[in-house]
Design a protein around this ligand. Structure first.
Ligand SMILES: Cc1cc2nc3c(=O)[nH]c(=O)nc-3n(C[C@H](O)[C@H](O)[C@H](O)COP(=O)(O)OP(=O)(O)OC[C@H]3O[C@@H](n4cnc5c(N)ncnc54)[C@H](O)[C@@H]3O)c2cc1C
Length: 388
């Protein structure tokens, strides 16, 4: 069944020609190269590595960065890439978010010229894969409490600690590890072949199964002085990267929701019960209309987010509010779509069950739903309900 992307308010007209072109290219890629095999990868718990060079060729890795082999497209264009990739699978979008927003962006923004030359062209081409090590077993929502340390040694630094839930961890050639040096958080670019660095995969996930998630062990891992990201210190470093990645998640969640809506609508038109298609019953229509309403609102939020970012006016609270809204919206829609598909909705023949489970991770990572509530709560009241 051909994909009919929901655009109830003709938002398409508000994108530039280039943005539509990029979006349509990725839409086609998802239809022809991702969707045919994603179910098998998800069931097997494997990541489709064969797609990485394709992402590189199409300029999907770090696409809104400039120079160093990056495409330099608009933030809205980047968002639309995330939207389309997540129509395929949240794990695929996660791969690109980590690579582009969580590793390439900090190298581009805070790295030395030598670090940029060493990593960015290869990462843009998909020849070097990166991972972002912030979360630890005992520090998730409060990463500033991290226990991982860096100490100065002759010629560089020695890293000690454990990072958990790290996307791309065991397939990366470089890990951006956040560690405390003399009590202050700094980023270190650790080649994953460095002695003392190991990555073990986390198995048994029932979410984001087509994405690699690992634990990183830094056991007396010594890196050179050139590993330190020189341009940033303190929590501003990792938090600014997360803001970039959350921007993409806001759009990505819309893509997952659009996929579920499309599937539910076409299923409801075909599925006959009590002598007519279930799409003709009021209760089913209400679910479909709720989906149209919530997706449309989320699409408009994304568009505004992109334009604010382009004007350099975007505030972190606005990103938090949109991540909070859009991911919760997509999670609800995936569940309702699964309901409309009845028993068929629990099989891997359809997309919505996979989206529903994937979105549980998206709801939790990059700041949980509730943490974003507290971030916006602090923004509007001026009072912190948590230690930020
Ligand atoms: C598949 C996957 C991939 C990931 N990839 C990465 C990655 O690449 N790099 C990385 O660094 N991390 C990654 N993460 C980790 C992710 O960012 C964390 O899981 C997230 O920050 C939440 O931390 P936690 O799991 O420790 O939950 P916790 O912080 O323990 O939170 C548990 C619950 O408590 C709530 N809570 C916590 N504090 C408060 C409070 N003050 N007030 C009210 N409620 C509170 C939370 O909202 C949540 O509901 C990934 C996670 C997953 C699942």
């Amino acid at each position: 069944m051909a994909y009919a992307a929901l655009d109830y308010f003709a938002i398409d007209e508000l994108f530039t020609h280039e943005e539509r072109l990029i979006r349509d290219t990725v839409r086609e890629l998802v239809t022809t190269r991702i969707l045919p095999g994603i179910g098998k990868h998800w069931s097997a718990g494997t990541f489709p590595h064969e797609l990485v060079p394709v992402f590189g060729e199409l300029g999907l890795l770090g696409p809104s960065l400039t120079g160093y082999g990056c495409a330099g497209i608009s933030p809205t264009g980047y968002g639309l890439i995330c939207q389309e990739l997540e129509r395929g699978d949240s794990g695929i979008r996660s791969f690109c978010s980590v690579q582009g927003s969580l590793v390439m962006y900090p190298i581009w923004a805070y790295g030395s010229e030598a670090q940029k030359q060493r990593y960015l062209p290869g990462m843009a081409a998909g020849k070097i894969i990166g991972c972002f090590g912030l979360t630890e077993p005992d520090f998730g929502s409060n990463p500033s409490g991290m226990l991982t340390t860096a100490t100065r040694v002759p010629g560089g630094y020695r890293l000690r600690g454990t990072k958990r839930w790290i996307t791309n961890g065991s397939v990366a050639q470089v890990a951006l590890v956040w560690a405390k040096l003399e009590g202050k958080v700094h980023g270190f670019l650790v080649p994953t072949t460095t002695p003392g660095f190991t990555a073990t995969d986390i198995h048994g996930k029932w979410s984001l199964r087509a994405s690699v998630t690992s634990e990183l062990h830094l056991d007396e891992c010594e890196v050179g002085e050139d590993a330190l990201l020189p341009g940033v210190s303190g929590m501003r470093g990792p938090l600014s990267c997360l803001s970039q990645a959350r921007f993409g998640i806001c759009y990505g969640a819309v893509g997952a929701a659009m996929s579920c809506y499309d599937e539910a609508l076409s299923y409801a038109k075909d599925r006959v019960q009590f002598s007519k298609p279930i799409a003709g019953y009021q209760l089913v229509q209400q679910k479909l209309v709720d989906m149209v309403q919530e997706i449309t609102k989320a699409q408009l939020l994304c568009l505004r987010l992109g334009r604010l970012k382009e004007a350099d006016k975007l505030q972190p609270g606005q990103v938090s509010l949109t991540k909070r809204n859009n991911v919760a919206m997509a999670r609800d829609i995936a569940r309702d779509a699964r309901d409309i598909l009845g028993a068929n909705g629990v099989t891997d023949e359809y997309q919505c069950g996979r989206h529903m489970l994937n979105l549980e991770s998206v709801y939790t990572y990059e700041g949980t739903h509730d943490i974003h509530t507290l971030v916006v709560g602090q923004d509007v009241t001026g009072m912190a309900a948590f230690d930020s």
